[in-house]
Design a protein. Structure first.
Lengths: 223, 360
């Protein structure tokens, strides 16, 4: 059974292999960026001046760190942190190793999106929790996060799509994936059909992610 | 009655503070539940100092509904937030049920807030929670067990007449229903005091009336002390026992609503009734505004004017309004200054016979 009849069997199996590599890298990078980016985003939203945990020094440091992370082009970041990648993943090349720079790039991105979502929660709700005798922890867990969930889901969606884009560059450190396939076969070997098939798979991936993300977000949106 | 559900007498016996509540009720009248004592609040904006509250003193008796009325920016919002310390007073003392709350920190401060219900102009309901879950929130915060929460929430939902909507999300509720949820949530922890921050300002007049009736009803049944802020005279008219008028951070008038209603010269007294603009009546006709208590005999008034002073008068304005449980009024007469009448003496008599009468 072949989805792309214009590809040879070998190319098609290479295509599915690359798709799996992309999904693997994107999946784990997303997990890490949410797990680490969410708390950073919460701190960004709450430690700034006027926030419930107002503590500007923490905000400045995190804000600067996030800005630095966001200002480096992914290809530069990936190469620049190779020693770090080796320390974390045990190797600086391969699909598994590529997860490290992908996560490092996506953490500040998702942290910023989290901050924005949390700041959009009505301040009246924060005041309400405080007026019932709630702690800052209650404000975060009972008002900020639950009310921001649709926004956070949309943030995860955007992050996944960005990661699909970044992962195309993972070939530089031997990460494989769809981008690498398109570059090596489609571009360097002038195999236009591989290029087209890769683009189709990428477009479908992005569509599905966006569609699922929107669906989940609007399901959880009670407004 | 605005809602048909009777509150079982046992409802509030479930909560640990019922003993206190009973004792408070016995100690009864004259006891101050909230005392605001020379409170100042100064904001610093760059180099500028903005005085939001300037030497405010007022006290709210147990079981009383006390209204603070003023225009937006007058400081009333800051004032009510000082009572549960969402705002810090710069100086002065605030006592709630005899306890000075200005120095409370951490756990004690949260306990104060827990025991002080608050309702808001914008309702402040969590959109991700149902009616029942919204009402349960203060109980979750204070660590009440799930079983007790469920039971207490069911009582509260009945108390505010929302039985059919327990599992609805706020987006599906009308404004009035949202505020009922807000009220039920504010009462969840059986507070001594309810703070109402413009609770009806976002509601249409009819809904406002039902919410005010609900507050009045809760005030009577639970002996709940209510401090409210508003910019609507109707709120003061229909439910407040006493009122303070606040202007640029200062109290410019305070007293019992009924007493102020009988003083046409007071701000409240003139705002509660339709007033006659002086320039709409010829300048040579003196205007007299007379307060009318329920027992005022207007036939005697007119008879005296006619027979004793030979004065003829036109009725140019006035009104009768229900004020709390009373029905009070003001009457504005234009006195005919014809040379044949003893109109000057009549005016002197009116001022004496109707204390508070205003001559313009």
């Amino acid at each position: 059974m072949s989805i792309f009849p214009f590809l040879t069997d070998r190319m098609e199996s290479l295509l599915w292999e690359s798709t799996q590599e992309t999904l693997y890298m994107v999946f784990w990078a997303t997990v890490f960026s949410v797990v680490i980016g969410l708390p950073i985003g919460i701190l960004l939203a709450t430690t700034q001046k006027g926030g419930i945990l107002s503590f500007p020094p923490v905000y400045w440091v995190l804000d600067l760190a996030v800005n630095i992370g966001r200002s480096l082009p992914f290809i530069i970041l990936m190469v620049a942190i190779i020693p770090f990648t080796r320390a974390v993943a045990g190797s600086s090349i391969g699909t598994r190793a590529a997860i490290v720079p992908l996560a490092v790039a996506a953490i500040p991105f998702f942290a910023r999106l989290t901050e924005i979502s949390l700041l959009e929660v009505d301040r009246g709700l924060i005041e309400m929790i405080q007026a019932t005798g709630g702690t800052s922890w209650h404000v975060i867990t009972k008002a900020l996060l639950p009310e921001a969930i649709p926004g956070l889901i949309r943030g995860v969606t955007v992050t996944i799509i960005s990661l699909i884009g970044y992962s195309a560059m993972a070939g530089v450190i031997g990460g494989g994936g769809l981008g690498d396939l398109a570059y090596r076969y489609g571009y360097q070997r002038f195999e236009g059909d591989v290029m087209i098939a890769t683009i189709i798979v990428l477009v479908v991936l992005v569509q599905v992610v966006q569609w699922v993300g929107n669906g989940v977000a609007s399901l959880l949106q009670r407004r | 009655m605005v809602f048909g559900v009777a509150l079982a007498d046992s409802t509030f016996c479930e909560v640990p503070s019922h003993v206190d509540r009973g004792r408070r009720a016995q100690e009864g009248l004259g006891k101050h539940m909230i005392e605001i004592d020379h409170v100042r609040k100064v904001y610093r904006q760059g180099r500028q100092e903005i005085v939001a509250l300037d030497d405010i003193s007022l006290s709210v008796g147990a079981g009383e509904i006390y209204g603070v009325i003023g225009e937006s920016g007058a400081g009333k919002s800051t004032l009510i937030r000082c009572v549960n310390r969402l705002e810090e007073p710069t100086s002065g003392a605030i006592r709630v049920d005899g306890e000075d709350i200005t120095g409370l920190r951490g756990r004690q401060l949260r306990q104060l807030r827990h025991e002080t219900g608050m309702i808001f102009q914008g309702f402040n309901l969590l959109s991700s929670r149902t009616v029942a879950q919204n009402i349960a929130l203060p109980l979750e915060v204070s660590g009440v067990s799930r079983r007790e929460r469920t039971q207490r929430v069911a009582e509260l939902i009945s108390l505010v007449g929302l039985d059919a909507r327990a599992n609805a999300y706020p987006a599906r509720l009308s404004g009035g229903q949202k505020q009922r949820v807000g009220i039920a949530r504010a009462l969840a922890a059986s507070p001594k005091v309810l703070l109402s921050d413009e609770a009806t300002s976002a509601l249409d007049p009819q809904t406002t009336a039902t919410i005010l009736a609900l507050l009045r009803d809760l005030n009577r049944r639970l002996n709940l002390t209510i401090l409210l802020i508003t910019h609507e005279m109707d709120v003061v008219r229909s439910i407040c026992d006493r009122v303070a008028v606040i202007e640029s951070g200062r109290i410019v008038e305070q007293g019992s609503v009924a007493e102020l209603a009988l003083q046409p010269a007071s701000r409240i007294g003139s705002a509660l009734f339709p007033q006659v603009a002086r320039e709409t009546i010829p300048a040579n006709l003196p205007l007299v505004t007379i307060p009318l208590a329920e027992d005022a005999d207007v036939t005697a008034l007119f008879a005296t004017l006619r027979e004793t002073y030979a004065v003829s008068a036109q009725l140019v304005g006035g009104g009768i309004e229900p004020i709390g449980d009373r029905r009070l009024g003001q009457l504005t007469l234009a006195i005919d200054p014809s040379p044949t009448s003893r109109h000057a003496e009549a005016l002197v008599w009116l001022e004496r016979a109707y204390p508070g009468a205003v001559i313009r």
